[in-house]
Design a protein around this ligand. Structure first.
Ligand SMILES: NC(=O)c1ccc[n+]([C@@H]2O[C@H](COP(=O)([O-])OP(=O)(O)OC[C@H]3O[C@@H](n4cnc5c(N)ncnc54)[C@H](OP(=O)(O)O)[C@@H]3O)[C@@H](O)[C@H]2O)c1
Length: 304
């Protein structure tokens, strides 16, 4: 794989699951990077606790901190923009980060979007991603979009305290993907020595198969030895069963429409983009469970 030469790549969300994985891969490839974090104590470090080589850290309040983001992007050629935490001002935050990149003289953005991003996606948060994509297209910057399916990790978070995945997903399928595969693709795209090879390209990042939530629950039940299962809810039941969280309506809509998007087939398409870009098959849900037993160990202890 080629190196970035003099280019500096900024990794936003560097303290998160995806950002940390990407930062470690870029460091292993000898790339120069700027780690953009909100808490410097959570910037990624090498397994031995040492700092990443050829990395500087920029601390920002949030993506909406335009002055801070602009400073964080100073001298940066490429920004890897990790989408922000879900919230009412998420699109505003994303747009501000894009504007800060343009103002700082950044040339290229690689953005982590979402499967089926469109203005009228069933999954409401995929609409946020589409709005961000549109703003990036208009920014004049070179761009690449990585449209991630649900993360394998996210599937495990669907399991309730009682061992049941509940939602209106019907028998829809989800082609979930691992954070590692997304980070591998991002590394390949960012460090490709063929200049402009990934410009104006949208990649669909999925696992190798698409499963129903009943099948996912069965895999988890098998592994944990607990009777984990999927139980269908109507849309009305889904909103009612989530009322106890007292979350804002838009947030609950995001949760419920994750399931209705699965039912509508928005997450079912298996893409070959991971394999095409990294030269090996994408990791399956079962492989991910095998790789990260600590991520689902808590499910063993849940009392159905
Ligand atoms: N495909 C999926 O299944 C799925 C599931 C959940 C989320 N997502 C999206 O994918 C993104 C990456 O996933 P992940 O698993 O790496 O998430 P994660 O572990 O929660 O990491 C998110 C990173 O983004 C930073 N961040 C979030 N909002 C920000 C903001 N407004 N301004 C500045 N930094 C912000 C966080 O900083 P702090 O550490 O300081 O909070 C963290 O470094 C998420 O942020 C979310 O948008 C996708």
């Amino acid at each position: 794989m080629a190196r970035l030469g003099d280019d500096v790549v900024a990794v936003t969300g560097a303290s998160g699951r995806l950002g940390t994985r990407l930062a470690l891969r870029l460091a292993a490839e000898g790339a120069r990077q700027r780690l953009v974090v909100r808490d410097p104590g959570r910037a990624p470090r090498l397994p031995d606790g040492g700092p990443l080589p050829d990395a500087t850290t920029a601390v920002v309040g949030s993506y909406a901190d335009v002055a801070g983001m602009r400073q964080a992007f100073d001298g940066v050629g490429t920004v890897f923009l990790v989408s922000g935490r879900e919230g009412p001002d998420r699109v505003t935050q994303h747009l501000a980060a894009v504007d800060a990149a343009a103002a700082a003289g950044v040339e290229r953005i690689v953005y982590t979007s979402f499967a089926g991003a469109s203005a009228d996606a069933v999954f409401t948060l995929a609409r946020d991603h589409f709005a961000t994509e549109q703003h990036i297209r208009r920014s004049g910057l070179r761009w690449t979009f990585l449209r991630d399916n649900l993360y394998h990790h996210a599937i495990t978070t669907f399991v309730g305290q009682d061992g049941v995945i509940r939602g209106p997903a019907a028998s829809g399928r989800v082609a979930s993907v691992s954070h590692d595969d997304v980070a591998d693709v991002a590394t390949a795209v960012l460090l490709d020595e063929r200049e402009h090879a990934h410009d104006a390209r949208t990649y669909d990042l999925t696992g190798p198969t698409a499963m129903t939530l009943a099948e996912a629950a069965a895999v988890l039940a098998d592994l944990t030895g607990r009777p984990l299962r999927y139980e269908e809810e109507t849309v009305e039941q889904a909103y009612a069963s989530r009322e106890r969280y007292h979350a804002p309506r838009a947030e609950v809509e995001g949760w419920v429409t994750t399931y209705t998007a699965i039912a509508a087939g928005e997450l079912e398409t298996v893409s070959g983009d991971v394999e095409r870009l990294v030269g090996r098959p994408a990791r399956s849900f079962a492989q991910w469970l095998d790789d990260y037993p600590d991520q689902w160990a808590h499910l063993r202890a849940q009392k159905p």
